[in-house]
Design a protein around this ligand. Structure first.
Ligand code: F6P
Length: 323
């Protein structure tokens, strides 16, 4: 495939490191002598023609910034075949030979459908704090969000300890428990409730009671946002164990923002460069990821359709260390 022009967009929830990735894609494509179009507001911009040519300067001074200068959206219209057909019209209009899509599960699923219906070469790059894409050890934004959560839990622990309280801290992750499980380990929490490991409430309460009776006067439980989140578990413990002081803290959108960590900036830069190399090699309809610190290509269909398993060893580590 002889590429002359690419389009790049960020889509779905913003994630720290998306800008670093956009910078890497833009600069490495220009390095190859290609023309680069920045497509604004994700798929919405492709449908509406919100598209501008990018130069190396367009991506100056953004490596350290959270969010995405291209802006992002969750496009309802792109979910329909008609919306994707409109997007394809703009791909033809701007003579875009291939698209690079930085986003999470929903965004890459959209890329898969576009590629299938309109024969557009697409490369996906995993950009989401949830870390829920199969085939890559880490997604852009996950490390930063994890560090943000740990910083918050360290602070919450001061209050938990001062007042002898049980805190249920709710974190993001959509259907995946990576943020919850690993932030629990990193912050020394007593338990994590994650979708991959359905914790029975009675087991949880027994565990908390045993923990408190044994040596601790306070507990921190990290709860994934799924299935009622922290409120649900706090209510159960309040009803069944009224002797405990229970509080809830929902961390919310502060987990998505902020400067990307060094790890995310490096990951984003590597993946951005690798996406251009992949196109040069004639690859299409793949997601570029990292496995054991090596760049890997994963068919987009696999990346979005297969559930990424959580390492059971992590569950064991937390259980042992929280006695
Ligand atoms: O996918 C990233 C994420 O932050 C999830 O963790 C969360 O469930 C969701 O996005 C929230 O989406 P929105 O920004 O549309 O409210």
């Amino acid at each position: 495939m002889n590429i002359k022009t690419i389009g790049v967009l960020t889509s779905g929830g913003d994630a720290p490191g998306m800008n670093a990735c956009l910078r890497a894609v833009t600069r490495s494509a220009i390095y190859e002598g290609w023309k680069v179009y920045g497509i604004y507001r994700g798929w919405e911009g492709l449908i509406n023609g919100d598209i501008k040519e990018f130069t190396t300067e367009s991506v100056s001074n953004i490596i350290q910034r959270g969010g995405t200068i291209l802006k992002t959206a969750r496009s309802e219209e792109f979910r329909t075949p008609e919306g994707r057909a409109k997007a394809y019209e703009n791909i033809k209009k701007y003579k875009i030979d291939a698209l690079i899509v930085i986003g999470g599960n929903g965004s890459l699923s959209g890329a898969f459908l576009l590629a299938k219906e309109h024969d557009v070469p697409v490369i996906g790059l995993p950009g989401t704090i949830d870390n829920d894409l199969y085939g890559t050890d880490s997604t852009i934004g996950y490390d930063t969000a994890l560090n943000t959560i740990v910083e918050c839990v360290d602070k919450i622990r001061d209050t938990a300890s001062a007042h002898d309280r049980i805190f249920f801290v709710e974190v993001m992750g959509r259907d995946a428990g990576f943020l919850a499980q690993n932030s629990a380990i990193a912050s020394g929490a007593e338990a994590a409730i994650i979708p991959e490991d359905k914790t029975d409430i009675d087991q949880l309460a027994t565990f908390i009671e045993r923990g408190i009776r044994k040596s601790k006067n306070s507990s921190i439980v990290i709860v994934s946002e799924k299935d009622g989140g922290a409120m649900h578990y706090a209510e159960r413990v309040r009803t069944e164990y009224p002797q405990f002081g229970v509080r809830v803290s929902i961390l919310g959108y502060l987990q998505r923002g902020g400067k990307p960590s060094a790890y995310d900036r490096i990951l984003a830069s590597r993946l951005g460069v690798a996406s251009v190399e992949a196109l040069n090699e004639g690859q299409r309809n793949i997601m570029v990821g990292v496995k054991n610190d090596q760049i890997v290509y994963v068919p987009i269909a696999k990346a979005v359709k297969i559930d990424k398993p959580i390492d059971r060893e992590l569950i064991n580590v937390l259980a042992i260390l929280s006695i």
